[in-house]
Design a protein around this ligand. Structure first.
Ligand SMILES: [Zn+2]
Length: 395
């Protein structure tokens, strides 16, 4: 904690206090603003001065031990607010929610995340903020950001706007920079692609950053080579099957029961662009159900509304929205519908009918690949080589 109450019940903050000043308080008594127990003023040589409960004390606001990074980032953000004379509250305890925001700026409840946090806990805190009229802003620290890049661990911190796509905030306490990572996409091999915009601490007003950024059109174009992406996905799948990875074997047995093989499907199944961030490992399960639905009774056309309904019931059934506590359910469904249709068009399965909201279904059996270690495309098919993504596309 960076603040505590003194004996006169006055809130004392350690932000912008020199070590000399802090030293003078050494003999004073301080109390936790939440539970009123005495807290210790810690001011060693290495870590930033801070208050802490004794280890045998239980504070009813459960507080994880704060790292140097967490304390530094809190200090830096408070200094940023002070610079602009911005109304803010450090370590704002909200009794109704039984939650403490690291910093409250207007209605923005800023939470700095430097350690592991379960999706349940994150979801609970986020929902409670939103329910009570606050807008949570999660800022990922160094470790959270770096270790999450190759896994789905970062999904829970993602917000969404039409102009930024999936986005999140990160901070680098050593370089003193705040980053916006936007148009987050995962293509093959679970690798995250994104664009970044950064601000030095103190550059621009924090409330304006949080307020305006989602409405800005920060366009960013990323080119994907669809063939190459498909090949990578295919080869990864091949390796996993050979390595007998349990998740993949379970999905393979489902395809097998249906008379098909994971390595011998229509090449659309291996098209990964903008499909993985939502579904992660279960993408082949989703595609299995979608294909079954699309090819049911040999129908000839499908509408965008029908695909939207399919995506909605699937996301609902799989409870995928719970993986993204910051994103409204309807936005997820819209996003998924949009990129699913785009992938189907790129892979020549859907052909736009005269009217844009309806499509012909054109499945050519020749487009099914033969199980092999390398994907074999039918060369006469002109697969869109480069897909440009990273901005809302018009189909
Ligand atoms: Zn306490």
């Amino acid at each position: 904690m960076l603040q505590a109450k003194d004996e006169e019940e006055k809130l004392v903050s350690l932000v912008q206090m020199s070590r000399k000043q802090v030293e003078k308080w050494r003999k004073q008594k301080f109390f936790c603003p939440i539970c009123n127990q005495t807290v210790q003023l810690k001011s060693g040589r290495i870590r930033i001065p801070h208050f802490a409960h004794r280890s045998d004390q239980a504070c009813f606001f459960k507080e994880a031990k704060e790292s140097e990074e967490h304390l530094s980032l809190k200090t830096a953000l408070v200094e940023w607010c002070l610079r602009d004379a911005l109304d803010h509250q450090l370590e704002a305890y909200l009794p109704l929610l039984k939650q403490r925001a690291d910093i409250l700026i207007d209605r923005f409840a800023v939470e700095i995340q430097c350690s592991k946090l379960s999706i349940e806990e994150m979801g609970r805190r986020t929902a409670s903020y939103i329910k009570n009229g606050y807008q949570p802003i999660w800022i990922c620290g160094e470790k959270t950001w770096n270790s999450g890049k190759n896994s789905s661990a970062l999904r829970k911190f993602c917000a969404y706007s039409e102009s930024l796509g999936f986005y999140l905030w990160t901070a680098d306490w050593r370089e003193k920079k705040l980053y916006l990572r936007y148009h987050l996409e995962s293509a093959s091999a679970n690798k995250l692609h994104y664009a970044s915009k950064c601000w030095h601490f103190g550059e621009g007003r924090l409330d304006e950053l949080f307020n305006k950024i989602t409405k800005k059109n920060l366009f960013h174009f990323r080119k994907y080579d669809s063939r190459q992406e498909m090949m990578q996905t295919y080869q990864e799948l091949y390796r996993k099957l050979r390595g007998r990875v349990p998740d993949i074997l379970a999905i393979q047995s489902l395809y097998y029961q249906n008379g098909s093989h994971l390595l011998g499907l229509h090449y659309w199944f291996y098209y990964p662009i903008n499909q993985l961030i939502l579904f992660g490992k279960s993408i082949f399960l989703f595609k299995y159900h979608f294909w079954k639905w699309l090819t049911l009774n040999n129908r000839k056309t499908v509408t965008e509304a029908e695909i939207f309904d399919f995506c909605r019931s699937c996301i609902q059934r799989e409870k995928l929205d719970q993986l993204f506590p910051l994103i409204p359910f309807s936005s997820l469904v819209q996003w998924q519908t949009h990129y699913l249709i785009e992938g189907l068009i790129v892979c020549h399965i859907l052909i736009i009918e005269g009217e844009q909201r309806s499509f012909y279904i054109a499945i050519d059996p020749i487009d099914c690949v033969k199980p092999h270690s390398v994907i074999q495309f039918n060369d006469t098919k002109n697969i869109t080589e480069v897909v440009i993504t990273g901005t809302p596309l018009k189909i």
